[in-house]
Design a protein around this ligand. Structure first.
Ligand code: ATP
Length: 307
């Protein structure tokens, strides 16, 4: 069942077209990613979904409600993470959660949420004294305090160190396991790949593709790269002749073989037939970044050319 339906959404700021004809739907219980580079229109899209911005055109339904018309009713059902620190420095973690809990008819228990999000030991710590990761966890807790059916998490791991980022990913998976549908805004490929069931790739205000991470990668390439160090001198032409292989190159002591389909089996058996073992073997598949480049014709970090 679709929890969120976005059809032909358009939003401009003056002469800037931030979102242009965006359509997608989010199914109940999934982690749906909105992935795109800076300025792609991700935040504008979710702010329209949350009822914080009024679309110029198109329709949005969230749990059957219209975010513009039914904004107050929706605020009780959609948990939004604060993107920047919007809390007074002197408010403690417990006070913040109790304050937010008072806005909702059927809130979660602040103590339970603090425990789940690893904040119980920081209950009396003032917001101003929390680390980046702790602030992030508090903002997720605040998004969940109203027991929402849908949580919108925007750039939730930006600025976190790798360990805090992995911990936060685990938290998001735990939230989903509780039955909350999650819309995850991110410009991080590894985050999208790791967490999202499906995602909309957005570039310059437009949806480029909607699919699972694996589906997006499969669409653009079934290419695979294998690198290894041969255990004995090797004439690489025996590999170049294999039908699955498109390219063979050398990188120092290593041989790098690019090909399609089931490359590994013929490669290893051919080597074995010549009494060569593949040492330090690594395989690499196309990833989301490759998919983005193929879908948009430019790299993720590159500025879009003016429309
Ligand atoms: N309040 C605003 N007034 C004018 N222009 C805006 C406003 N908010 C966003 N924009 C512009 O609209 C476009 C889309 O911005 P948006 O914040 O939705 O993108 P984003 O994908 O979320 O980017 P980021 O990852 O950098 O937050 C950008 O060109 C941005 O400069």
């Amino acid at each position: 069942m679709s929890i969120i339906e976005v059809a032909n959404l358009r939003k401009t700021y003056g002469s800037t077209v931030a979102v242009d004809d965006v359509s997608f739907h989010v199914e109940e219980g999934e982690i749906f990613g909105i992935l795109g580079p800076n300025g792609a229109g991700k935040t504008t899209t979710v702010e329209c979904i949350e009822g914080l911005r009024r679309p110029d055109d198109g329709t949005i339904r969230v749990l059957g409600l219209d975010p513009t018309r039914d904004r107050l009713e929706l605020r009780l059902k959609v948990g939004a993470q604060l993107q920047e620190s919007e809390l007074p420095e002197k408010l403690s973690v417990r006070e913040a959660l109790e304050l937010y809990a008072s806005f909702y008819p059927d809130p979660a228990d602040p103590q339970v949420l603090m425990t789940e999000l690893g904040l119980a030991g920081k209950a009396d710590t003032k917001f101003g004294k929390l680390s980046g990761g702790q602030r992030q966890r508090l903002s997720i807790a605040l998004a969940l305090i109203g027991n929402p059916s849908v949580a919108v998490l925007d750039e939730l791991t930006t600025g976190l160190d790798p360990q805090a980022r992995r911990d936060t990913w685990q938290l998001v998976e735990n939230i989903r396991a509780r039955g909350v549908t999650i819309v995850l805004v991110t410009h991080l490929m590894d985050e999208a790949q790791r967490l999202c069931d499906r995602l909309a790739v957005i570039d310059a205000g437009r949806v480029v593709a909607v699919d699972s991470p694996a589906g997006l990668v499969d669409r653009v390439s079934d290419e695979m790269r294998v690198a290894f160090r041969p255990s004995a001198p090797l004439d690489v032409s025996i590999l170049a002749d294999l039908p699955e292989v498109t390219e063979v190159s050398r990188n120092g002591e290593h041989v790098v073989v690019t090909g399609t389909g089931d490359l590994l089996y013929p490669l290893v058996t051919t080597l074995a037939a010549h009494d060569v073992a593949a040492v330090e073997l690594r395989t690499e598949h196309a990833n989301l970044e490759d998919a983005f480049v193929t879908l948009t014709g430019r790299s993720f970090d590159e500025e879009p050319t003016a429309a």
